[in-house]
Write a protein that binds this ligand. Structure first.
Ligand SMILES: [Zn+2]
Ligand SMILES: [Zn+2]
Length: 439
């Protein structure tokens, strides 16, 4: 783990030819993190005024303790509680942002106490007020802690904003281990996408000239055995597995910040989750936690790769036309993405016929990929979602998502490749029967 830590706070010229910067200076995962938090912040922040943001749950778990610890060391603390939405957890949207923004005090640094929504809102507000931000992470549930991105809903549409990465991340192992288990299982689902999304990155590197960085792509490889090879340790919340999971999430966020895109941690498997979220935005149906949906998407992507690996000589088709009726009021944004992807995939068709490049692509992906069986067994043994029913989907809704997920983003993924190779749409039902249907 020491090599990874050496990257913190550094700017360096990488063997990939790019210069990478890691804005995060401190990652502290220790039982006494709360006591040590003030001195760590003192070393990287000018001034002693801090604003703490939390919701009612995370405040009780860690917020009050953090405040006491800071005040004991002479910090002036202001607290902003993020209101619940319709008596459920808060959401990260423009309304909540505006409410919090109006009462945001003068401060030298902001501290988020929580995970997804609390972290995103704090990052966004701190960026708006041009102050650094830090986070006290309460669950191993997402890789967004260390990324610069915020994913708010603005005017009802899920949006991506680039804000800033945190200066410091703190976590207390016993708090992380006691987080609601579905949050931890979601963290596993998000991080398990890694080997499969890396295959998509290699595809885009070999066929679309996307910059590839080995350092970023291998940053969390040595952590993987701690959760992938013994997923029941996650279910049992064993300290070593939980620490590996938390670090894998934090450093996959750092890899995304280093390269400036989500390529190190996100590929076709993520599109399933984004599509299900968009569908629920359109029809009001349920959707599940990001990482739980991503885990199921990873089984699907791995099953597509398994079929792709069997192909010696690609026979290629163009992508199908956009299903305009399906997207209804989301049509404009979806068609903008899809329309800009079509020329890229058309250019890929010629290159995919080059036998040498095809073999190179298969060899590289085979060496790092995982089978759908391995991914499913890992998720199942950990107690994470691994069927469409686990993520609150009917079979019909799930089939709809699978057949439309390639339409929502302009970056090609394994899902587009499967359409171009004629694997989709026909194989969708078989893959769902074999891997994603409850027993
Ligand atoms: Zn994710
Ligand atoms: Zn690099």
């Amino acid at each position: 783990m020491s090599n990874r830590k050496e990257l913190l706070g550094k700017t360096f010229v990488c063997s990939c030819g790019q210069t990478h910067t890691v804005p995060t200076q401190t990652i502290l995962y220790a039982e006494d993190s709360l006591e040590r938090l003030p001195s760590h912040l003192e070393s990287c922040v000018q001034g002693r005024r801090i604003v703490l943001l939390a919701d009612t749950r995370t405040w009780d778990i860690a917020g009050e303790q953090a405040r006491q610890s800071l005040e004991k060391k002479g910090w002036s603390c202001q607290v902003l509680m993020i209101p619940d939405q319709d008596s459920k957890s808060p959401i990260c949207d423009d309304n909540t942002f505006d409410r919090m923004n109006r009462c945001f005090p003068k401060a030298d640094v902001a501290l988020a106490v929580g995970s997804g929504v609390v972290c995103d809102l704090t990052k966004w507000l701190a960026f708006e007020h041009r102050i650094p931000f830090s986070v006290l992470a309460t669950a191993a549930t997402m890789n967004g802690y260390t990324s610069a991105n915020v994913a708010p809903t603005i005017k009802g549409v899920k949006t991506l904003l680039v804000a800033q990465a945190p200066l410091a991340v703190f976590a207390v192992p016993s708090i992380v281990a006691n987080a609601p288990f579905e949050l931890t299982a979601a963290g596993l689902g998000d991080v398990i996408a890694k080997p499969i999304s890396t295959a998509d990155w290699i595809m885009n590197h070999l066929y679309n000239g996307e910059p590839f960085c080995r350092t970023c792509s291998e940053l969390i490889n040595s952590l993987e055995p701690y959760y992938f090879d013994c997923p029941e340790h996650i279910r049992e919340r064993r300290p070593q597995a939980m620490e590996a999971l938390m670090n894998a999430l934090l450093y996959s966020g750092i890899a995304m910040t280093m390269i400036g895109t989500s390529a190190p941690a996100s590929g076709g498997e993520h599109l399933l989750s984004h599509t299900l979220d968009m569908m629920s935005g359109m029809d009001g149906g349920e959707h599940d936690l990001h990482g739980r949906q991503v885990g199921v998407g990873t089984i699907l992507s791995a099953a597509l790769y398994e079929k792709i690996f069997e192909i010696q000589t690609p026979q290629l088709n163009s992508l199908p036309t956009l299903d305009r009726a399906f997207w209804a009021r989301r049509l404009e944004s979806v068609s903008r993405q899809y329309e800009s992807k079509v020329p890229v995939t058309e250019a890929m068709i010629g290159k995919l016929q080059d036998q040498d490049r095809w073999r190179k692509f298969l060899d590289q992906c085979r060496s790092l990929s995982r089978t759908p069986k391995q991914i499913k067994q890992c998720l199942q043994a950990a107690g994470a979602a691994h069927t469409y029913a686990d993520i609150q989907c009917s079979r019909d809704r799930f089939v709809d998502a699978v057949l439309h997920m390639h339409e929502i983003r302009k970056r090609p993924t394994v899902v587009d490749l499967a359409w171009m190779l004629g694997i989709l749409p026909d194989a969708a039902e078989d893959i769902i029967d074999q891997w994603l249907t409850p027993e």
